[in-house]
Design a protein. Structure first.
Lengths: 125, 290
């Protein structure tokens, strides 16, 4: 389900599918509702500390950081692309796609940003 | 109408495999909006692409599509337009596809002036092959292929198009999809060849020219007092003086397109003509050439 190239120590956020599986239209395990901030918290905790140059965040700190990112993503200027938030070497994108939105988490591996997971969010209506 | 048409395009489009945050998403979305605003439904539009990340443009646009060879989107697009003038034809590619292997076709398409729109998603790097120096990479740009920095000077597509006599030259930025959609509307409406070079950041491999970098460095022509996009010499000078770091419509000029210049070019699309000649006539025609 996950890219072999994921950086060591990166945790698998619950409810996420790999970019390849997502592109194939695979159903996300997260279709059982996963609250975005919870998913993002796991992504932050999984990546921060994974490269050995940052201390692992406590659950509370990771959740605060995830909340801040989520707030930034959801209060974004609609005329600006992309909808992006970044903290502590973790980057999130929120993008429209058919039938909803996709939240993606990426980590910096020293050479490039690698997608470590994505969460399909249902349409808000 | 426009909103419904955007939905129609999206319904015909395939799921994307582009990296999250890729500038090309905004290019496709802007084109869908522009075509919908012009009330052009998907079946009246064809998108032609080459190879690279940009080669998926036609799959994600949701109109008719033709994925051609590397650097060969323009000859195919021109042929489609000449054969069926009723179609709106969009050619799309990247800087490697269009200004590298496809540069010869680009220059001739500019001077030929067939009524098509060419969108180049210019990220200054080869993204699909994981980050090599491209024809538009700046001098000194460090990648896997130029670990000591690019020794060559970059291609300057805007100046090339202006010098080649292009009737419509514009530049957009993925970070401002609203302006990009407006540029696209004007380009599609332009009679003749139109170029839109779009700075479309590669978020995965180009770590220097990020969205933020472009936002800080691009001059928005919509906000430039006194800029006249109908003066070719001034446009050329402006592009040169700003090192190409502009966004907006740079130049436009009404010119007769290729079809209008062709004596005897049928008023009707080839696909609508009666080609059911008697077999005898065809045999005579064949004999005349043998």
């Amino acid at each position: 389900m996950w890219l072999n190239a994921s950086p060591p120590g990166a945790a698998v956020p619950p409810g996420a599918v790999s970019p390849k599986d997502a592109a194939r239209g695979a159903a996300s395990p997260g279709t059982t509702p996963v609250e975005p901030v919870t998913w993002m918290t796991e992504a932050v905790r999984g990546s921060a500390g994974g490269r050995g140059d940052r201390p692992r965040l406590s659950a509370d700190s990771a959740r605060r950081l995830a909340r801040a990112c989520w707030s930034e993503l959801t209060n974004h200027d609609p005329n600006v692309f992309p909808v992006q938030a970044e903290r502590r070497g973790v980057r999130f994108y929120l993008q429209e796609e058919r039938g909803g939105q996709r939240l993606s988490a990426l980590v910096w591996d020293g050479f490039q940003w690698r997608t470590v997971g994505s969460l399909r969010l249902p349409a808000s209506d | 109408m426009a909103v419904n048409l955007v939905t129609e395009y999206k319904e015909h489009a395939q799921s994307s495999t582009w990296c999250p945050g890729c500038g090309d998403f905004a290019v496709v979305a802007a084109m869908q909006k522009a075509l919908a605003a012009l009330e052009l439904p998907p079946h009246q539009v064809v998108a032609v692409t080459g190879i690279g990340c940009s080669g998926k443009f036609n799959y994600y646009l949701g109109a008719n599509g033709f994925n051609s060879l590397h650097g060969r989107s323009l000859p195919v697009a021109q042929a489609i337009k000449i054969a069926n003038r009723d179609l709106t034809v969009i050619a799309a590619g990247g800087d490697g596809d269009g200004y590298g292997i496809g540069i010869g076709h680009f220059l001739h398409a500019v001077r030929r002036n067939v009524d098509i729109t060419y969108v180049v998603m210019d990220n200054h790097i080869y993204g699909l092959t994981t980050g090599q120096t491209s024809p538009t990479s700046k001098k000194g740009f460090v990648t896997k292929t130029t670990p000591y920095g690019a020794a060559e000077y970059p291609i300057r597509p805007l100046e090339l198009a202006l010098a080649g006599g292009a009737g419509f030259v514009a530049q957009g930025f993925s970070g401002d999809p609203k302006q990009l959609a407006e540029i696209m509307k004007q380009a599609v409406q332009h009679k003749g060849f139109s170029l839109i070079n779009v700075y479309s950041p590669c978020v995965t491999f180009n770590h220097e020219e990020t969205y933020e970098w472009w936002r800080q460095n691009l001059v928005n022509l919509d906000e430039e007092q006194g800029y006249d996009p109908t003066d070719r010499t001034a446009a050329f000078r402006y592009v040169y003086e700003h090192n190409g770091l502009l966004r907006g419509v740079i130049f436009r000029e009404e010119r007769r397109d290729y079809q209008s210049e062709l004596p005897g070019y049928a008023a009707e699309a080839l696909v609508r003509q009666d080609l059911s000649q008697p077999v005898k006539d065809r045999a005579e025609l064949l004999a005349a050439f043998m």
